[in-house]
Each structure stands twice: as C-alpha cells, then as structure tokens.
Design a protein around this ligand. Structure first.
Ligand SMILES: Nc1ncnc2c1ncn2[C@@H]1O[C@H](COP(=O)(O)OP(=O)(O)OP(=O)(O)O)[C@@H](O)[C@H]1O
Length: 674
C-alpha cells in the first residue's frame, strides 16, 4: 500500500511506461516487486540525501586535505552547499535535463557539482580527465551541457580549444581549483559561483526538487569506449538510490551511529564504480568520504590510506597489481630471515584461507601476529574489513598473492548499465576467481548456454539503466524485449550459483575461416609465458590467421603516466638472464634484439602447443616501440584495452603483418606457410 501510495504521490503510471527510453526527459517503468528488496519504496536523490541529513546531520560527510591538515564537512553543511550549487547552476541558466559536465580529479567540489546538478533538475555528467579535447567535446555536446565544471587551467584549456561553434548549449564554465590565469566572460571561480547561488532565493529550486520523480534520469555515465564510441548511459534516481540501498545491505555497511564507514575517493569519478562507492553508498549509510591527492596513483595513495585507514576499499585490478609489485620488490630487498618468515606466513595464509578453516590453527594466529597485521598496517588497511577488486578481470596470481597475506580481495562485477554491481563476493560467499553471487533483488540469466553452461550473462533488476541517450540501435542491442540487459560478457554459474566470467563476446575475434576466438586467454597465456611482455593484443578478426601485437615492460613517466623507452629493472634483469644487454625498448622492437626475439618466439611456441585448434595459433607477432597506456589512449580508465583504438593506431604494423603472406589457407591446410 505504501508502495502504491508513493507511486501515486510521484504521479508514476507503471502501466503506461516502458522499461526503457531514449529521451532525456523520458520516464521508465520501475522494476518493482511484491516483496523483499524489490518492493522498497522508490526515492529521489534528494529524498535519500535529506533522510540521511535528518539522521546524521552532525556527522562528518566529506574530508579533504589542506596543506598537512585534514578538514571535514558535516552532512548538514554538505546538503546546504549542494543546494547553493544547485541555485548557482540555475542562475547560470541550467535547463531541465541538460548536462553539467565535470572534468577533474576527485574533490569536494566534484561531489557538490554532481549533486547540485541533480537537485537543479539537470544531469550530472562526469568527463574523464584523460579525455582529449575532442573527446570532451563529444560528451559535452552529447549531453547538451549548459555548464562545465573544470578542475584547473589544464582542463580549462581543453574546453577552450573546442568551445567555438562546437558547444552551442554551453553557457558558463566554472574552474574549481587554482587562480584563473585570465578573465573571460562566463568563466567563474568556485568562490564566485557559490556566491551566485547564495544570493538566489529557494523557491525555484524547491519547485524543481518537488517535481522530480525516481523514474527520471539524473545522471549520465559515458562508457569509456573499449567497444566503440562512448554511449551516454541514462541512470534514474531510483537506479542510484535503490542500488545504494541494496548494495549497502549486501556488503553489510553499517550506519554512522553504529560504526561510521570511512572511504578514500581516488578512482575516476566519471566511472560508475567510483561514483557508487564514493558518493552514493556513503550517503545511504552516513559514511564519510576522504579525498586522496591528485597524484594518488603516482604514489601518494599509500600515504592517504595510512592516514585515513578506510573501512572498505576498492581497487581496479591494476591498483592491486601495482601494490603487489611494490611489496615484492621491498620483500626482495629484506633480510633472509625476514624473507623466510614472510614466505612461511604466506603459505599458512593461503592454505588457511583456501581451506576456509573456521577454527584458525595456531600457526595462522602466529603468522597473523608476526606478518599479516604488520602488512595491513603498512598498507593502511588495518581496519578495512572489505577489500574489493572489480571493473576489469584480475589474475589468479594477484588474488592468491593477497589471499596469502590474509587479504581476500572480494570481486565485484557489473557495468555502467547496471548502476555498478551485478554480483559481489562476500566474506561468507567467496570462491577464488569467481565474482560472487547476484546482489539481492536482482537476477542473472545465462543466455544460450553451451554444453559447459557458458553463455552470455544477462541482468535484471532495479539497477538496470533506462537506455542510452538518443541511441535507439544500441539500446535495442543492450536491452531485450523482456528488459534483460545483455552484458556482452560470457560466463557460467557453478552449482552454488557463483558466477565465473569466462570471456567477452564484445571482443570475440571471428577469423576469415569463421572460427570464434576469445583473445584474452591467449593474451594472458603469452604474458605468462614471456614475463618480459607488458601488454599483448591478439589480431585476427576477418583475417586468415592470428597475429599479435606485443609491448615490453618499461618505465612510466611519473608526471604524465606515459610509457618511456627505458625498461623496468625487472625487464633489464630478464634480458640479461637471456644473454641480452638491452636496456631500452628501442633496442628490442623491430627485431633489433635477436636474443629477446628468439625468447619471445619460444614462449609463443609453448602457448601455441596448447592451442585448442590450428586456427587458435599465433602465426606472426611484432613488438611495438611503445607500451600501451591511459594517456596514450590504448587503455581505458580501468586499464581495459581499447581494441578499436589500437587497431587504428597500429594500422600500418598490422597491414605489414598480413601483407607478406604466405600461401592461402584451405580447409585441408589450415596453417599458412611461406
Ligand atoms: N570483476 C570483473 N571481472 C571481469 N570483467 C569485469 C569485471 N567487472 C567488470 N568487468 C568488465 O567491464 C565491463 C563493464 O565495463 P564498464 O561498464 O565500466 O564499461 P566501460 O569500460 O566504461 O566501457 P565499454 O562499454 O566501452 O567497455 C563488463 O561488461 C565486463 O566486461
């Protein structure tokens, strides 16, 4: 009854709306159920926020560092400031269902702009800081941004480059850090912008807020483009508030008055995982979010974690891999005794955790005292009961490394199109390499399973998005007529309903001979066989045979994150073990280092020996002059390979590979030969 009343109050007519829409002002049917979490009354963002303010108004909501000092803001002030920002946006001419693009590193201003945009009836739209000016323009134009909020002069310059004639909807730009280097019309500092809002009366904002419905769009998440042009994923108020509710319950987040949850915000906020974990989940339970420094991923994150000691922490696989590499290199330098103790403890840790012993044996307790506790303290994870990984596949090696240190990494799996999570692994529901079980109130279906139970993973629930803004074909591809979201990922369930991801249909290679080949297992096998390799990309779509682009492990520029020519110390050591003196990529690429090339060929031969068919063998390969990177554009923000981009960038090398060929293949002679 409460449910019906709420729907009536919102003037939501469930019968007359579809499960999806393409329009910025569209409404969708809420996927509500009769009981359980599906029956939870729907809420707008404003309702969720004000309910938390009522309960936890005097608790800290946000924390940031000024000089050496951490400063905080309470929920009361957080809400007031968001309203001020909302009034500022309205004053600057933000129209209903138009974008406020936010381009910058995580900060208080980022959150306030995001929520301010929503309260004012606009769309909050995160833009990746690594985007080129053209990519920023694409997003800003696609969401019809009236306002752009940029971090600093560097980001401002990108917008100024594309502003002329190309952003007809844009009315104002706000820069939230640093002084303005030059005055321009309609360019504001954060202080000037907030002053605008403070002088505005409340009536217009209150009218907008009271007209908002949970089944309308409030946020656009742009996909990062691993599968093509970014798409604007429309998320409704209900998508965000319900997903925060159900996920918070699933992972047992505690309300602020019991034990306040503490989060460190550092992953790109334009990604749904970071938004859900840093903004919406803490808001649901009255948690506090502290902002890391902009150079977090260049090294300062470790300090922030030690200072803040989060109670839950999520890293994309690359973050955990980097921690693993660092710990290994520190370990390698420590004394023999320490190394022996650590190695013994790790054996104990892995065994105990793998066997999930309820009663922890004595040697485990000893290992905990001698090693595990110290490691956690050094990482700043001593009170972090939940460490998560997700957004991209992680290797078993990294999972086992952390498990052996008594730090189980709980996997999350989901998409922007599912407001974040679809499955989560939990302390009492954990299988190594599985990404857990479906979150409560949602369903997973394996579509078209093969004999092993492998098929496309499909999602259903109130977390499923509204549609892609103005993209009928893409929306129809993603959502079938019953409303199931087709993920494009391959996976299967074990007998206990744990989901295992086994590949991505979206990146399946279909050779000219018609064979379907998932590239990731082959790429991983090559990386494992040849430790010198940093990245590998399999080529072969519509081609007669498979080939591979390889990059070598090299140093990364600390400032820009761009790959350099110099090899990593590990790579230099590997070369020297092979009998090569190379210390730079340029000494290897293009076949210049025969010794290294021979070793790579040998590794590839070993991988080929295990290939399930001739068509799955790598016939040719080449080493590129530069490693893949985010600033280079080959990797997305969660370090997933952007295959279409690499295909374009390496067009010439790829054509070369397929040029000087080889006798054509026939069914009788599937292996091309010279
Ligand atoms: N735990 C996980 N293990 C393996 N893969 C994962 C995991 N979590 C997410 N993924 C992958 O990430 C995809 C979702 O990515 P996301 O919604 O962030 O899109 P994106 O990277 O921004 O853009 P695009 O649609 O261009 O790939 C999933 O479909 C799946 O392929």
């Amino acid at each position: 009854d409460l449910q019906r009343k709420m729907l009536e109050d919102f003037d939501i007519n469930q019968e007359e709306t579809d499960l999806w829409t393409l329009h910025r002002d569209g409404e969708v049917k809420l996927r509500m159920g009769e009981s359980g979490p599906e029956a939870e009354p729907p809420l707008t963002v404003n309702q969720m926020f004000t309910s938390t303010v009522q309960r936890f108004g005097n608790y800290n909501a946000l924390g940031w560092k000024e000089g050496e000092q951490w400063k905080t803001m309470t929920y009361n002030d957080y809400y007031k400031t968001c309203r001020t920002a909302a009034k500022g946006f309205l004053k600057l001419g933000l129209e209903r269902y138009h974008g406020v693009g936010i381009l910058g590193f995580n900060s208080v201003e980022w959150f306030i702009a995001d929520i301010g945009a929503i309260l004012a009836g606009g769309f909050a739209v995160g833009i990746y800081t690594t985007n080129s000016p053209e990519a920023c323009q694409y997003v800003a134009e696609n969401c019809q941004a009236n306002i752009l909020v940029v971090e600093n002069h560097k980001q401002l310059q990108k917008i100024l480059q594309v502003i002329r004639d190309k952003l007809p909807h844009l009315k104002a730009i706000i820069q939230y850090k640093d002084e303005l280097k030059e005055k321009k019309p309609n360019l504001y500092t954060w202080t000037e912008f907030m002053k605008l809002g403070r002088d505005e009366p409340d009536a217009q904002l209150d009218d907008i807020i009271s007209s908002q419905k949970p089944n309308q769009c409030c946020t656009l998440i742009y996909t990062s483009g691993t599968t093509g042009q970014p798409k604007g994923v429309m998320l409704s108020h209900d998508n965000l508030t319900w997903t925060a509710f159900v996920t918070g319950q699933d992972v047992s987040l505690t309300d602020a008055d019991k034990l306040q949850e503490v989060i460190v915000s550092y992953l790109p906020l334009s990604h749904i995982a970071a938004q859900m974990i840093d903004v919406w989940l803490p808001m649901k339970v009255g948690g506090v979010t502290y902002f890391a420094q902009p150079d977090a991923l260049k090294g300062s994150l470790a300090n922030t974690l030690r200072e803040i000691r989060p109670t839950a922490f999520m890293g994309v696989p690359r973050v955990w891999e980097k921690m693993q590499e660092k710990m290994k290199s520190i370990g390698a330098k420590s004394s023999t005794v320490r190394r022996k103790v650590a190695s013994w403890a790790k054996d104990v840790g892995l065994q105990t955790n793998l066997n999930k012993m309820e009663l922890k044996p004595l040697n485990y307790r000893l290992a905990k005292r001698l090693v595990f506790r110290k490691v956690r303290k050094a990482l700043g994870l001593d009170r972090c009961t939940r460490c998560y990984t997700g957004a991209a596949p992680i290797t078993k090696d990294t999972l086992e490394f952390f498990l052996s240190l008594d730090i189980p990494l709980f996997e999350l799996y989901g998409m922007s199109e599912s407001s974040g999570p679809q499955t989560i692994s939990l302390p009492d529901a954990f299988r190594l390499t599985s990404c857990g079980k479906v979150i409560p109130g949602c369903k997973t279906k394996i579509f078209n399973p093969d004999v092993d139970g492998n098929g496309e993973i499909c999602f259903w629930g109130r977390h499923v998005f509204m549609g892609y803004l103005n993209m009928p074909d893409k929306t129809e591809e993603a959502l079938d007529s019953d409303g199931w979201l087709h993920s494009g990922d391959l996976g299967k369930h074990d007998q206990d309903s744990f989901l295992f991801i086994t590949g991505r249909i979206k990146e399946l290679i279909i050779t000219a001979g018609g064979e379907n080949i998932p590239p990731v297992p082959i790429e991983d096998a090559v990386k494992e066989a040849v430790p010198l390799i940093s990245n590998a990309m399999l080529i072969g779509d519509k081609r007669k045979f498979l080939s591979m682009l390889l990059t070598i492990k090299c140093q990364v520029n600390n400032e820009t994150g761009a790959p350099e020519d110099e090899l990593t110390p590990e790579a230099v050591e590997l070369c020297s073990k092979l009998g090569s003196n190379s210390t730079r990529v340029s000494e290897i690429a293009g076949g210049r280092d025969r010794v290294v090339y021979a070793a790579i060929q040998e590794g590839i031969n070993r991988v080929n020996e295990k290939a399930t068919s001739n068509a799955q063998r790598i016939q040719k390969w080449t080493v590129l002059e530069k490693d893949f990177s985010i600033p280079g554009g080959e990797l997305g923000p969660t370090m997933k390979l952007k295959r279409p981009v690499v295909m374009k960038m390496c067009k010439d090398q790829i054509e070369n590979i397929y040029k000087e060929v080889l006798t054509p293949t026939t069914p009788d002679n599937p292996l091309p030969s010279k």
